[in-house]
Design a protein around this ligand. Structure first.
Ligand code: HEM
Length: 409
């Protein structure tokens, strides 16, 4: 299997190892240090780039328990919460997303939005998802070879579909897609990031007004008509819509691109899936577990002193709950570093766990099933033109991924 370069130096008692750690062996498996942490120090100190320290929780049982412990908070306004992927607070000091709120505030948004993401609701969207995937693959087919699957398919499909779910008119999809892409670029200067966020916010506010005048069957209309007793300001409603857009974009795009690579690297499994497409839902769950792209998406802070696996965490100390490590814990999944489309993936934590568990998981599963089934049916000879270890990976993004995926067919 290809390697991706040197690992982060191991820490010492005086200087803990740096976090985020890198996927230095196989790009599909979590950083190799996680295995050592699970067996030697399941709750351990690590140092962030800014010199602050956090606790890493690496075993399945401990991650799961911490995700349901009300003393462990997601509130991004509490000083000390480790947000490697950004501040989680907008320029006015408000939380930028309900994913970074605790109950009871968080419950309000969750209750409002859950009905738009039920299995039943998403089932009705499948023909629309299929058309979006077909359109993206038509563009890829016509673009000449090699084509970048990340740009033409992986980023495009989730952003078009989430814009539709929200009720963003088609003429404005491009506006939101370009701004959402800016947010994914770590090299973009802070002022450009702020501009992109504020432009999205201004546009969302205008769309809320528009939905009050011309309601549709979409999430923005629902937010625009939120019951007055909830006392949500327009900026908060626009923030909720933006959260859905941002949360769906990079996560699903990373899964589409890396999932394609995993399937290309496992021709036996791919042949089985082509012969029996009913296996795709199971294979998608295994891709989610195996790849666990959301290494950095579970930052938390202790609101009170807590003990995890015998280690005391003081109130005010930050934690990362390593879902990728939990999903590769031998005590929960047999032979976890092997990709096996027939295994039981029950209990995987790629979508988190507890009150913040991904609201869009039914949507994401449907997108992934349809993308992979259609891609490999329409392009049976699909190949990546660059060896695995020469691709450029997104090691420090909230969602691990690949910058470009050049393919021919
Ligand atoms: C394969 C793709 C996806 C992955 C791996 C993923 C992963 C996650 C994870 C791990 C969380 C929990 C974060 C936490 O506990 O702090 C989360 C929350 C969330 N996700 Fe996803 N997600 C994906 C796709 C989507 C999609 C398609 C949407 C919407 C269309 C979405 C919307 C959200 C929202 C709004 C939250 C916050 C939920 C809350 O705080 O109650 N996600 N996601």
């Amino acid at each position: 299997m290809a390697t991706l370069g040197p690992t982060v130096p191991a820490g010492t008692a005086d200087s803990p190892p740096s976090f985020p750690m890198r996927r230095s062996g196989c790009p599909f498996n979590p950083p190799p240090e996680y295995e050592t942490l699970r067996s030697t120090e399941p709750v351990s100190r690590a140092m962030l780039r800014d010199g602050s320290t956090v606790w890493l929780v690496s075993r399945y049982a401990d991650v799961q328990a911490a995700l349901t412990d009300p003393r462990i908070s997601s509130d991004s306004t509490i000083p000390g919460i480790p947000l490697a992927g950004g501040t989680g607070v907008d320029p006015q000091g408000r939380r930028s997303s309900f994913v970074r709120m605790d109950p009871p505030e968080h419950d309000v948004y969750r209750k409002l939005l859950v009905p738009d993401f039920t299995m039943r609701k998403i089932r009705t969207l499948r023909p629309r998802i299929q058309r979006t995937v077909d359109d993206a693959l038509d563009v890829m087919r016509d673009s000449g070879q090699p084509a970048d699957l990340v740009k033409l398919v992986a980023l495009r499909v989730p952003s078009v579909l989430t814009c539709e779910l929200l009720g963003v008119p088609e003429s404005e999809h491009h506006f939101f897609q370009t701004r959402a892409n800016v947010l994914l670029e770590r090299s973009v200067p802070m002022n450009e990031l702020r501009t992109a966020v504020m432009e999205m916010r201004t546009h969302m506010l205008a769309l809320l007004d528009e939905k009050r005048r011309n309601p549709g069957d979409d999430i923005l209309t629902k937010l625009a008509h939120a019951p007055a007793e909830l006392e949500l300001a327009d900026s908060e409603l626009a923030g909720a819509a933006q959260s859905v857009l941002n949360a769906s974009h990079e996560s699903t795009a990373s899964m589409i691109a890396l999932g394609t690579l995993v399937l290309l690297e496992h021709p036996g499994a791919l042949a089985e899936l082509k012969a029996d497409p009913a296996l795709w839902p199971k294979a998608v769950e295994e891709l989610l577990r195996y790849l666990s792209v959301g290494d950095l998406v579970l930052p938390r802070i202790a609101k009170e002193d807590v003990e995890i696996a015998g280690q005391r965490i003081a109130a005010g100390e930050g934690l990362y709950l390593l879902a990728a490590s939990a999903n590769h814990d031998k005590d929960f999944f047999e032979d976890p570093d092997t990709f096996d489309i027939h295994r039981s993936t029950r209990g995987h934590m790629a979508y988190g766990y507890g009150i913040h568990q991904c609201i869009g998981q039914n949507m994401a599963n449907a997108e992934l099933e349809i993308v992979f089934e259609t891609l490999f049916r329409r392009f049976p000879d699909l190949r990546c033109t660059v060896p695995l270890d020469e691709l450029s990976y997104k090691h420090e993004s909230a969602f691990f991924g690949v910058h470009e995926l050049p393919v021919t067919w």
